[in-house]
Unconditional design. Sequence first.
Length: 365
Amino acid sequence: MPKYEFAVIGAGVFGAWIARALHLRGRSVVLVDQYGPGNSRASSGGETRILRMGYGAKEIYTRWSWRALQLYREFYADTDPTLIQTTGIVWLWQPGEQTGLDTVRTFENCAIPHGVLNASELAERFGQFHVSPDTWAIWEPDAAALLARRGVQTVVRESIKQGMAFQQGTSAEADVYVYACGPWLPKLFPELLADRIHPTRQDVLYFGTPSGDASWRPPAMPCWIDSAAGVYGIPDIENRGFKVALDKHGPAIDPDTLSREVSNEAVAQAREYLALRFPALRDAPFLQGEVCQYENTFNGDYLIDRHPERENVWLVGGGSGHGYKHGPVIGEYVADALSNGTAIDPIFSLAAKARYDSGTRKSTI
Ligand SMILES: Cc1cc2nc3c(=O)[nH]c(=O)nc-3n(C[C@H](O)[C@H](O)[C@H](O)COP(=O)(O)OP(=O)(O)OC[C@H]3O[C@@H](n4cnc5c(N)ncnc54)[C@H](O)[C@@H]3O)c2cc1C
């Protein structure tokens, strides 16, 4: 078996971009995945993910999103431009909601294009939403929907074409191992991570839009997040249907054995929400669903650190329901740390990861 400098274990969005970045820096690297890149059990295996800049006061993620947007646009322009679709995003907020106010301030600091809309401006621009008169919204015109599974597969395929090694399996021989195993990390490193990364079940539902009606597709319909309700969605992309996702953390799961059958309860909850927020879709037929998992840290910050007892082992994960968008930036960040010893922000350290509190049921964004 050939020996590499680096083995990146896990070809989800994190591992795929880390391996690519190491390869582009001229390092010898093999990417390994047990079920294959962007597989249906992986957190990156869903149809679509949102790329937004808004992160409240967490400016580092805003800056990473902006950088990731440029990297995705560049990479997909050369490979498959359909894998990133600029939809914009509408964030709904209640009066005085701190995360919304912080987001606006961070956007101003970071010069991120945005607008602030009151309820009547929202109704004028996007009549699909029905909101209370005191609701306000942040509009991010550059936000995008990313085609998730196909995106990861494209990164791996292009990197292989450019000479990077890939193996389907669970091991390879290398000097340094990077475990980018998403929700599997606590199974692989139970003593370290069982309490610090908590995989939860998440249901995603797709509803059928009326025949011939373009108002639920981009450019008429943006992505949206309804913070107070804990629900978000993506317009009808590639005719899959209008996506509604329940953002509250579900029950704890095992990613190998979790049944991917959508629950009736989730469909009912999504339908109840549609009736409230998008009444025109009240009776929309349920088309299909996805059951995925978040791999939550206690506060949603990622884990990027060396194993405390194994000098040549790195741990990268804790995507916490928001990591997909940052894949290309995590790739650069980790490759620079591994290649040049660039310092890693302490928020990503193992030491900064408190125990996940099972009472945490809200979104990390
Ligand atoms: C429903 C849902 C909606 C989301 N929405 C968004 C969104 O809108 N925007 C956003 O930015 N993020 C979003 N996320 C989060 C994002 O998808 C994840 O943070 C991200 O995909 C995590 O990627 P990862 O590479 O860490 O893990 P994964 O994609 O799970 O990849 C881990 C890989 O490791 C492999 N593996 C595990 N163990 C081994 C082993 N021992 N040997 C070999 N291979 C192994 C697995 O097979 C898998 O392919 C969402 C997540 C879900 C579930």
